[in-house]
Design a protein around this ligand. Structure first.
Ligand SMILES: [Zn+2]
Length: 257
């Protein structure tokens, strides 16, 4: 499996990170397949740096670097030069996660928009793929991406409506689904997950968050993504193995691996 969005730098892995990562390729009771690729995403410069360190130690783990909307208030213009150098040196394979979050509003919205725009512009200059976080900011996120000219990226843990999904597909974006497709009352989301063309679909954990049913409440890790793959395969009328192979090939294409 290719887990296209996790946070292995997160403090919830501090006690046993090495054990968890070393065991990802090995099938478990929850995951008969194993995990062969992970994109571990930064949410601040510091967390991006930690993910780069992990990517040096674990050849199956790739880092994305960027400043999350929650952290926008701490963004400095000089951070753009660091992100640029990291991408050019292939220390990160994507700019992310970046976007807008109007649910928590941990940073003022004007700061979120400014930091998002700056990182989109950088991605456009580098032709780097972006990993997008959009929580309750659907119209503004779409408008900023459209205006930026960025056409290479993924909507992470998609939560928008079907009309908006069509707009992102038309821009050339990939769409990723997390364990939230296994939650009750996911019917609108499932309709979206069924509508994404095979070659644009990604899957993810967002570990340590969003563990799928039946593991809800537990710390998530990439093995548990097998339950998400099974739910999506059932929905799309294919086998879990086919879905896993397709989403792995898609992620490799998007991130240039
Ligand atoms: Zn995330």
């Amino acid at each position: 499996m290719f887990d296209s969005h996790a946070h292995y730098d997160d403090a919830r892995f501090d006690a046993d990170r090495a054990e968890v990562l070393a065991a990802l390729a090995v099938p478990t009771a929850e995951d008969p397949v194993g995990v062969r690729f992970v994109l571990s995403c930064g949410d601040s410069m510091e967390s991006s740096r930690k993910n780069i360190e992990l990517s040096r130690r674990y050849p199956f783990l790739f880092a994305a670097g960027g400043v999350h909307p929650h952290e926008a208030k701490g963004f400095r213009d000089a951070d753009l030069n660091v992100l640029k150098a990291w991408y050019e040196q292939k220390q990160i394979v994507a700019i992310g996660e970046i976007g807008l979050d109007y649910h928590y509003d941990f940073s003022p919205r004007d700061a979120q928009k400014r930091v998002f725009a700056a990182q989109l512009q950088l991605a456009k200059t580098l032709n780097a793929p972006v990993v997008i976080h959009d929580r309750e900011a659907h119209a503004d996120v779409y408008e900023q991406i459209r205006a930026s000219g960025v056409r290479r990226g993924v909507m992470h843990s998609y939560s928008g409506k079907k009309e908006l999904l069509r707009d992102y597909l038309n821009l050339g974006f990939y769409v990723s689904f997390s364990g939230s497709v296994t939650f009750p009352n996911a019917s609108g989301l499932l309709e979206c997950a069924a509508a994404v063309p095979d070659e644009r679909l990604l899957i993810e954990t967002d570990a340590p968050y969003l563990a799928p049913v039946p593991y809800r409440g537990r710390r998530n890790d990439s093995h548990l993504m097998y339950a998400t793959a099974c739910r999506l395969a059932e929905l799309r009328g294919c086998t879990p193995e086919e879905l896993i192979a397709q989403t792995r090939d898609n992620a490799k294409r998007l991130f240039g691996l």
